[in-house]
Each structure stands twice: as C-alpha cells, then as structure tokens.
Design a protein around this ligand. Structure first.
Ligand code: ZN
Ligand code: ZN
Length: 340
C-alpha cells in the first residue's frame, strides 16, 4: 500500500491534494495519462491530460470527443499547490513519467519505461525523488537486452535471406509503438515495407504528429502482392494464424518481444524466428532506474513485482508491491486485436 501524497484505491493511483488520478482503470473526473496503451489510457474519464503525441492515439482509440489537455515534457502544471510535470519515459513515442511535488515531497510515477534510447521514443529521464513507482514487467535477471543495432541486424539479415528464397517476411509487433520502432530499424534498401491496417493507422497518426517513419504500403484488398515479392510485412501479433496471412503463400514469420528471451516462447507462438526486442526496461535497466532515482521508497507494479520488490528490500530499499490493473507487454502482445 502507499500512503502520502499518493495513495491507491479501487479506481487507481490517486493524488488527493490535487484530486487527480494517474492512469486510472475506472472512470474518474481528472486523469493524467502516461501513454496511450490500452491498460493505461482507458475510456470514461471526464477530463484527461497527456503528452501531445498520446492525444491523437487516445482520440482514435477512446473517442474523438474526449476532453484532454496537452502537456509538454517539463511544463509545470499547478493543481491545488501540487506541481505536476511530465518527463520522457522512452517506452513509446510520447510516453511519460509523472512527477508530483508538494511541500518538498517528490513522487515519480514512471508508467512503462525503457532505458535504451531510440530515435522515436527518445531517452528515459532520470528524476530525483523520494518515492518512485516502477514497473517490473521484465523484473528477472534472465531478461537482458542486446543493443537495438544488433537486433535490427538480425532482423534485416533474416529479411534478406527470405527475399533470396522468394518469401515474404512477416514480422509481428504490437501496433502502437513497437511497430514504429521496428520500422525505423529496417534497412529499406532491401525492399519495400508492407503494413497491416492496425499498424498503418498508428503510422498515419504519428506521421501527422510530425514523427519520421519510413515509407510503408498499406495492404488494401486491391493490392497486387506479386509486385511486392520479398517485401517485409509489419503486422500485429493477432494476425498470426488468421485468414489474412494466407494471402502471402510463401512466407517466414518472426515475432519481436521481450518474451522471446525465454526459450520455448517462439515455439509456443508458432513463429519461425523470435527477436528479443522490448519497449520495457530489462533487469539491469530496472535496477539502474531505481538506483538513479535516489528514492528510498519504491513501489513495484506490472509483472514480476513480488520478486523485484523482495530483491530491492534485500538491497536496502523500502520496497513494496503495488497492485494495479496494468498488464504489461503480456497484454501488449495481443494489442493488435484492440481497435487501433
Ligand atoms: Zn505500455
Ligand atoms: Zn503497461
């Protein structure tokens, strides 16, 4: 449990002094949203506040009519004496940590985050605080990511080989954030990039917001796939095994996810190749974020919370588990099935 400037109740993480929730899971009056993934940005809030890059996605997914304030990174908003600001979390484009300060007490709600810098999501900002709420989606020592450049080499080499064999390369990544990160790492000299509608919808919204995403071709019903032999196809995980895939005839399938670090995951998901690429911090990243926050009190949510919180306690932090309705990348793997 938490007690102080922030508390938790059946609706979400709550700041009573400012009367505002962060990523609430039930309808409330005022909500600050860390990012637009469906377990964090939910329907039914009277009033939202979010980073400008999250807003078009929220309007598309939650509803055009939502009332939402646009907060830039570092801009300080005062609510009943509480100074609130958003800071880069590096998870997906526009994803934010929320910093709250009241009478000298500083809290940071990290939302989902990763430390590896990428061209679209920017880099995680380390913020000094007294209380740090961290995720722990991959809070086990077995989760250790390679640098992006290595993973993209693997993906591009796999694509080249498939092309030589006359196959399409179908690569699965959840539609919001991960797909665009993969797109940015593709070597476009190999061939064209085709997209599933769920991915293309997000591409369109991000491009309209000014993000640079490589050229893609949406796979409409009219497309003549014979003209695109050897192309790479970006699709959400939910497309795997669907009738939609059959149209490619000769193809190889790859999945990008942090879960691919575990042996057996690739087999269970029935793909030819697994690429270990996550938008969450790995074990070292989580430890680094906790340590550099300087916080004494750590609250752990998302994923391996019991194990990670126990580990932090052994290291001398006051850590405890925070039960929330956030689901992590387990949910994100299925994200393509959500209206995108
Ligand atoms: Zn997320
Ligand atoms: Zn999440």
């Amino acid at each position: 449990m938490i007690n102080g400037l922030l508390t938790i109740n059946d609706k979400g993480i709550y700041c009573q002094q400012a009367d505002v929730y962060i990523d609430p899971w039930k309808p409330v009056n005022k909500a600050i949203i860390t990012h637009a993934h469906s377990d964090h940005a939910r329907w039914g809030m009277k009033h939202y506040a979010a980073h400008p890059l999250s807003i078009p996605i929220m309007r598309s997914r939650i509803g055009k009519e939502i009332k939402v304030d646009s907060w830039n990174f570092g801009e300080i908003i005062s609510m009943d004496g509480v100074k609130i600001s958003l800071h880069p979390a590096g998870h997906i484009p526009g994803s934010a940590q929320v910093r709250l300060e009241y009478k000298g007490e500083i809290w940071v709600v990290s939302g989902d985050y990763k430390l590896e810098n990428d061209p679209l999501s920017g880099s995680f900002e380390s913020i000094k605080c007294h209380h740090f709420i961290t995720e722990s989606t991959f809070g086990l020592p077995v989760y250790k990511w390679k640098p992006d450049s290595e993973v993209f080499n693997e993906i591009n080499n796999w694509w080249k080989r498939n092309k030589e064999e006359g196959k399409f390369s179908i690569i699965y990544a959840y539609a919001l954030g991960k797909s665009q990160r993969v797109l940015s790492g593709l070597d476009t000299s190999i061939g064209p990039i085709l997209t599933h509608g769920a991915v293309e919808n997000v591409n369109k919204l991000y491009r309209e917001s000014g993000l640079k995403i490589p050229e893609t071709k949406y796979i409409s019903t009219e497309i003549d796939l014979k003209k695109y032999k050897g192309a790479i196809v970006m699709a959400p995980p939910s497309a795997a095994g669907s009738a939609w895939i059959k149209k490619f005839k000769a193809y190889s399938e790859g999945q990008t996810s942090g879960w691919m670090a575990l042996r057996g995951t690739k087999r269970r998901r029935n793909v030819d190749r697994g690429f270990v690429l996550s938008d969450h911090a790995d074990w070292n990243g989580l430890n680094q974020a906790v340590e550099s926050s300087g916080a004494e009190n750590i609250y752990v949510t998302h994923g391996y919370r019991t194990i990670f919180s126990k580990w932090l306690n052994e290291k001398g932090f006051k850590a405890r588990v925070l039960e929330t309705a956030f689901e992590g990348e387990l949910n994100d793997l299925e994200e393509g099935s959500v209206k995108a």
